[in-house]
Design a protein around this ligand. Structure first.
Ligand code: F6R
Length: 617
């Protein structure tokens, strides 16, 4: 977690760093800080709170001066969020300054050694330990900053993305990476450089970027090509300069009040982009390089293990139903955090599919590394191109959702389901578990989904009305069956995380084994009751809720007449094949949680205690 920005060049660093931090706030937002060097001295400002709180510290124009600086927006790991624990941190002498994303696991041992050598610490952070270690190494070995950083990093255990500078040599910033991302934007003729946890802070300045790999460090000096080295053996690495495909529009709100609402409304486009070039209806084929190149492995797989966290785990659960139904391959869906720490039975005949929007989730990354070490073939389904999970996977398929900035995942979920459905359909054809007429029918139905989502988004104001009725509720129950059981879980998660209302998702038939005791006239129950699958059984569940005075918000198929008679509120979705309904039933649940959160005055895009990518355990 945490966002890092930095600038060195000929422009004022302050606006670049501040705007950059605001774009990176999705990574953490419990404190923020900036340090600038104005040619004579450093000006360091930091505070508990958001970047907007930090701006209050810059009343004096003088404090904004400088062509070099680094900034940080934090999601606390070591030490509570307060002014002192905020980054940047300075070394004991005050000469070295650092921002850090990650965790130094052996910080305590190093701290004790440094205390014995006369260092005093002001914060509870592992980062202050790291900057003092760098200072101690630099002093003792009489080396330059780059070398000192390298020696120090070889002594630490953990994960990091850091940016460091020395006020004695303010024309240079040293960055390094292990486990946490860092990108470097390159200005024309090396006259300026930008540093950031992702490329969004420097999109308007340059399209040329280098993403450091794990165990690499870079010495960035104005007027000189970047020098990249391996941290552990000092070998020189050739810089791989990429042209960024992202544009500014994609990372701005574009007239919406919140990124979450924008991203909900982007789903028709995102789903289309995800199947573009892959779903070829006229030729009746699905083309996905990552599957074609490894078809033999998929056909011989005895089992598919899906590992993921949070919303991505819910997409995995939907995929379990779809893979088993279409391709008749046994699937197990695992929380990456549990999977990595037990001793799972994995063989070379297993395929592990890792699902992750960010591609940086620490538990998912660790789970695939473990599965690979046991011989499994790892297939990554990620949204962020070039992310750690996509690089660590043997093969994969990107979702093309575009940048997802709202902390609550929306378009990432529906595009993950889209990719996984395409894979299941492709395998079903290859295995012969689906007839060619059914296959064609599914391709046709899939292609209609974006328009159906578009139509569904028109119910916006109806959902808003329902939200108004239940905004003061303290509990919600979400029920669904079959393909829509995971959607019930996802609906509950969305509500919890952005409106702080307690919500539970359950398979509808499980209600009578416990949760039914919760139902009274104050309990809203969201029931997904589309007209296929277990419709009659879900209708019986709705009756059971009704008899206990629960308030029913039902998601039904257009033209439904039965549920309409019983439910308090009905939201209609366009008709489609049962296996594809999650792509539609999800939409009203996203909108419901959004409107309730807005009406409760919650920070929708940056809910408390959360961050967009969880790069720590
Ligand atoms: C919920 C949410 C999280 C993420 C989870 C995994 O809205 O966003 O539950 O789904 O942290 O993140 P990724 O998909 O980046 O691995």
């Amino acid at each position: 977690m945490c966002g890092i920005t930095g600038y060195i060049g000929y422009r004022d660093a302050y606006p670049i760093i501040i705007n950059g931090l605001q774009r990176l706030e999705y990574r953490g937002y419990d404190s923020a800080g900036v340090v600038l060097y104005d040619g004579k001295q450093i000006n360091l400002s930091k505070t508990k709170g958001k970047v907007s709180d930090l701006l209050n510290k810059f009343d004096a124009e003088d404090a904004k001066k400088g062509n070099v600086g680094i900034g940080h927006t934090r999601w606390a790991t070591h030490g509570v969020p307060n002014d002192v624990n905020s980054h940047p941190h300075t070394s004991q002498s005050g000469d070295l300054v650092i921002v850090h994303n990650g965790i130094i696991e052996n910080y305590d041992t190093i701290k004790k050694e440094l205390i014995n050598r006369g260092y005093t610490f002001h914060s509870d952070t592992d980062t202050e330990v790291l900057i003092n270690l760098i200072e101690e190494v630099k002093k003792n070995n009489n080396v330059k900053l780059g070398k000192a950083v390298q020696i120090a990093l070889n002594e630490v255990v953990g994960a990091f993305a850091i940016a460091v500078f020395d006020i004695e040599k303010p024309d240079e910033i040293v960055v390094a990476k292990l486990g946490s991302p860092i990108a470097i934007g390159i200005g024309k003729d090396n006259t300026e450089f930008f540093i950031a946890s992702d490329a969004s802070p420097f999109l308007e300045y340059t399209k040329d970027a280098i993403y450091l790999e794990d165990e690499e460090m870079a010495i960035i000096k104005v007027g000189r090509a970047i020098e990249i080295r391996k941290i552990n053996d000092d070998s020189v690495v050739t810089a791989n300069v990429q042209e960024l495909q992202m544009n500014l529009e994609q990372i701005e709100k574009g007239g919406y009040d919140h990124f979450m609402l924008k991203e909900i409304h982007e789903q028709p486009r995102a789903i289309t982009d995800t199947f573009r070039g892959r779903l070829l209806k006229d030729e009746a084929i699905i083309k996905m390089a990552g599957i074609e190149d490894n078809m033999k492995r998929f056909l011989n797989a005895e089992r598919i293990l899906i590992v993921a966290c949070g919303t991505s785990w819910h997409a995995g659960l939907v995929a379990e139903y779809i893979f088993e139904e279409f391709a008749r391959i046994p699937v197990e869906v695992e929380y990456a955090s549990e999977f990595r720490y037990r001793n799972p039975i994995i063989t070379e005949k297993d395929i592990v599919i890792a699902i992750s929007q960010s591609g940086e989730t620490a538990d998912t990354l660790a789970a695939i590394k473990m599965a690979k070490s046991k011989g499994a073939f790892v297939f990554g389904v990620c949204n962020v191109v070039g992310s750690s999970i996509s690089r660590e996977s043997d093969a994969g398929a990107y979702t093309h959702a575009g940048p997802e900035i709202g902390v609550a995942s929306t378009k990432a979920f529906t595009t993950q389901i889209t990719v996984l459905t395409l894979i299941a359909l492709r395998l079903a054809r290859a295995k012969g578990t689906m007839s060619s007429s059914d296959f064609r029918m599914y391709l046709h139905e899939m292609e209609l989904i974006p328009n159906k989502v578009e139509k569904l988004l028109e119910i916006d104001s109806k959902v808003e009305e329902i939200a108004r009725k239940y905004l003061l509720s303290t509990n919600f129950l979400y029920l669904g069956r079959g393909f829509n059981f995971p959607v019930a879980l996802e609906g509950a998660l969305k509500l919890k995380e952005i409106s702080y209302i307690h919500a539970e998702g359950y398979p509808a038939a499980e209600m009578k084994h416990g949760p039914i005791a919760l139902i009274d006239d104050r309990m809203p129950v969201v029931v997904i009751a589309t007209n296929k699958g277990h419709y009659d059984k879900v209708v019986s569940n709705i009756q059971e809720i009704k008899s206990r005075q629960g308030k029913i918000i039902a998601i039904v198929t257009e033209g439904d007449t039965v549920v309409k008679e019983i439910a308090d509120h009905v939201i209609e979705i366009p008709d489609t094949e049962e296996a594809l309904t999650p792509l539609l039933t999800t939409i009203p649940l996203q909108l419901l949680s959004y409107y309730i959160a807005v009406m409760r005055d919650c920070n929708v895009d940056q809910p408390r205690n959360l961050a967009k990518s969880v790069t720590v355990e």
